[in-house]
Structures are given as structure tokens and as C-alpha cells.
Design a protein around this ligand. Sequence first.
Ligand code: ADP
Ligand code: TRP
Length: 335
Amino acid sequence: MSQTSDRRRILSGVQPSGKLHLGNYYGAIANHVALQDQGDAYYFIADYHALTTVQDRERLAELVRDVALDYLALGLDPAKATFFRQSDVPEVTELTWLLATVTGTGLLQRGHSYKDKVANGITPRAGLFLYPVLMASDILAYLSDVVPVGKDQVQHIEMTQDMAQSFHEAYGCEVFRRPEALMAEGAAVVPGTDGRKMSKSYSNTIQIFAEGKPLKTSVMGIVTDSLGVDEPKDPEACAVYQIYKLVASPEAAAEMATRLAAGGYGYGEAKKALLAAVNEAFAPARERRRALISDPDYVEDVLRAGATAARSVAREVVGRAREAVGLARASVTDT
Ligand code: ADP
Ligand code: TRP
């Protein structure tokens, strides 16, 4: 865990809300793993956020464990990045309150994510409404410089900038750093098996750690048009190829594109090639995941060590925020 101050701090949170899929991998996780070599990376499992949608104790514990295993198996290296559970640093909930007191409700009412979730039937509770404030607190409590996120989260980073500014203006201080969103360069939107964006909420995913029959069923179930084997096909309009080019080597992808365009190559064959490519690409990660499952103490130790390091940063920053608003630097029970 590098703490050197001259390196930019990179921070992102992952909601433990279901099995991770290829969209998550190519849209976010691969980028997180690559960034751990380019700065002081902090990654956390956003379990406080998950409470806005998961209200089942056992399920939450299982989802948190899954994300930890998945990230470690996919290459997150605890020697390079600080990896922890959001709720192991309760200071972020305290900072959430301090920020909420300087945040206009209009700002939150304009939140796309809030409006989308409510439109999709999630009950509009206060926690869901305050979700962006909790997220701002995550970002500001660790003095993050760069926040790698998908497009859907960019507005939350802009809100974070606004909240930091409101706090500084209200109290005439400079406690926080201004964070910037970082969108993965050229990160494509990965199509799902029905051609829409791959997403848990559409049940159209290909899960990273699915194997055998379930994996085969999802890959073979990718919806294609009805062109016959002999007819020439447009690779760019084909979800199988769109996914294949992310998973396979550039040469193999170019070969599939040529074959599809030439005709005489059916979607069934393309799907088999995709299945083989997924199996090959994720075999080492599956192996590591199995090893991690058999060593739960290791995973827990990683998260605890990460929380200890993260908490010392948050304590310091939230302490300064407390002082700025006129509270004692630490609560009397926290000395
Ligand atoms: P889901 O849509 O399955 O609920 P999340 O919203 O939890 O996924 O997304 C977690 C991360 O994965 C975000 O950074 C998001 O931008 C990225 N992501 C999710 N689906 C895709 C996709 N189909 N293509 C690219 N990135 C994706
Ligand atoms: N809201 C983010 C998502 O759903 C997860 C998250 C929580 C996050 N806190 C964060 C991301 C702080 C970046 C920074 O993907």
C-alpha cells in the first residue's frame, strides 16, 4: 500500500449488487487493475451504498465476499492498492452528514441516477436520495484526485465538486481536494446477450466467473439476426463479434471479422469461438478465485489491513472537517 504523497490518489467504489459480468470487466475492472500501477489506488466495496437496494443480511454478506474474491482474482494486488470495505471506515457516514448540511436539495433532485432508479421502481427513500452525498464523502474523505468511473457516474463526481466547494465557501476553509472523473479510454459499452447494454438489471449478462453449462447457455443465447450461414454478415452489427473483440487477441478478432464479412461462417461457429476465448481468457482468474475461496482468512486480512490504512486518512480529513464546522476535532469517545 503506497502512501507517498507525490502520487495522485486514484479512488473508486464497487457496489456489491450481483455477479460481475463482462460489461463490468471491460468497462471498469480492467481499468481499475491497470490503474493500480499508475498512482496510489484506493478501491472499496460500497456496502453502505448497497443498503439502498439490498436489505437482506445474508445476501449482503455474500455479495461483499463475492466482490472481494472477484477483484482479487482479477488482479487487484493488495501490495499496490488499498482495498477495503466502505463500512469499515464509519467516518465517511459522519462526513456525509456534514456535507448534507451544505448541499441543496435541488442538486440532489437533478440526479439522473436517482431519477432512473425511482423510475425503475426502487422506493424513493432518504438513503437513496442522499446516495450522491455518501459517494461525495467517499471521494473527499480520502483526498482523491482521480475517480475512474463509468459514464453513468460522472454526474456524481460533478456533484462532489459542488459539495466540496459549498463546504469550503460556507466555512471559509480548504479541507478537500477537487476530484476529477476519469472515464476509461475507449471503453466500449459491452452489449448483452439481447443486444442491449449488458447489465444485471436486464438479465442479459455473461458472468465472468460462470463456467461449464451456465456459461455455454449464456454465450449460445446471444441474439443474432436471421442471416443464413452462407450470407455475408456485418461484424459491427453482431454482438458476438463485439464481445469477441474484447476477449480475444486482435489477430483472432480480425480473423472473425473477415470470416463473418465473407459469408460461409455462421453465428453458431462464432459463438463457439467466443466461448473458447472466454474460457481461455479467464482461466487463470478462475484458478486464483478457487484458491482464494479456500483461504477466507487471507481475504479478510487484506480487507482489514486496507481499512486500517484507509481509516487513518479519513480520520485526519474528517477531523479537519469537524474542526472547520465548529465541532471538536475528534469526538470525546474517539481518543
Ligand atoms: P450493472 O449495469 O450490471 O448494474 P453497474 O451499474 O453496477 O452494472 O456497473 C458497475 C461498473 O461497470 C460501472 O463502472 C459501469 O460503468 C460498468 N459497466 C456496467 N455495464 C457495462 C457495460 N455493458 N459496458 C461497459 N461498462 C459497463
Ligand atoms: N456509485 C458507484 C457505482 O454504482 C459506486 C461508488 C460508491 C463509487 N462510492 C464511490 C464510485 C466513490 C466512485 C467513487 O458504480
